[in-house]
Write a protein that binds this ligand. Structure first.
Ligand code: GUN
Length: 280
């Protein structure tokens, strides 16, 4: 079976160029503040990519870097200041946070109208009750890729592997809202392959290099690989093995699939936050 490669990089570039044009026409430029606490090397790379993308789109970027030893109270004070700052339209607190900090308490403290990650419980609730909200960037990017690939979701069986707050749970909610029948698998699922083999649309967001093999996928399935991790040799790898291309009808590559869409969707959310706050 010939497998279509869903090009997230190309779609993300198209979206970014549309956003850049719109921002160029605005008198007040959207401003995103990304807060990074500590020295996690992957987080540093992600934050720097977000900053570069933001500036590339003509937006303002105000990154705040705090030491690993930062207390919860100090971080809360920083977020309260950003919430009150009218020149900042969008706030993103990069996770994971150091272990002395209660992540939920921090994410709850981000003003809902600036919460471009959609991680505030108020925005999570809105996502599940299907009222307009900031949809988390990676799940939003996945849905856009499925749409671009012309995948009809109504009545299809979508299987999500992973239950993180960042990808697994919100993408399952979005697939359900798109009328798919959704099964959610996770680390305690018994006989994972029995579920993945039923998927018309398989979304994998685990972070385990190449864990989904060809014999776990139904012929003709659409496969979305939201994993990015390093294998034992330090090579960047998705959650889906190359061999899956022999059976899938379409697949997102790593790199160049979901990753670039995450950044494009963050820019879209930032632009929306700024517009909602009156930027013209
Ligand atoms: N860490 C990994 N992905 C993300 C994301 O999309 N947003 C935030 N805030 N942290 C992350």
């Amino acid at each position: 079976m010939s497998c279509r490669i869903i090009d997230g990089k190309a779609l993300a570039e198209k979206i970014r160029s549309r956003i850049t044009k719109e921002v160029a026409s605005m008198k007040t430029k959207p401003c995103l503040s990304v807060v990074l606490v500590g020295e996690d090397s992957a987080s540093k790379v992600y934050v720097s990519m977000k900053e570069v993308a933001c500036i590339g789109a003509g937006m303002k970027s105000r990154n705040i870097k705090l030491p690993e030893s930062t207390t919860e109270e100090k971080l809360l004070a920083e977020i309260r200041a950003l919430n009150a700052d009218k020149s900042v339209h969008a706030i993103l607190v990069q996770v994971p946070l150091p272990k002395q900090i209660n992540e939920n308490r921090i994410l709850e403290s981000v003003a809902a109208e600036k919460d471009v990650d959609g991680f505030n419980p108020c925005n999570i609730g809105r996502l599940h009750s299907r009222s307009p909200t900031f949809v988390p960037a990676t799940p939003k990017g996945i849905m856009r890729l499925l749409d671009e690939a012309g995948v009809e979701l109504a009545g299809k069986h979508a299987v999500v592997v992973g239950r993180s707050n960042i990808v697994g749970k919100p993408v399952a909610a979005l697939l359900l809202a798109a009328d798919a029948t959704v099964t959610q698998c996770h680390s305690k699922t018994k006989d994972l392959a029995a579920f993945t083999k039923q998927a018309d649309v398989l979304v994998v967001a685990v972070g385990k290099p190449r864990m989904i093999k060809k014999d776990m996928v139904k012929k003709g399935a659409v496969v979305i690989d939201a994993g990015t991790s390093r294998d034992a040799n330090g090579k960047l790898a998705g959650d889906v093995d190359e061999s899956v291309r022999d059976v899938a009808s379409a697949i997102t590559p790593v790199p160049g699939g979901v990753g670039p869409m995450t950044i494009a969707m963050l820019l879209e959310n930032t632009l929306r936050a700024a517009r909602n706050q009156g930027c013209k």
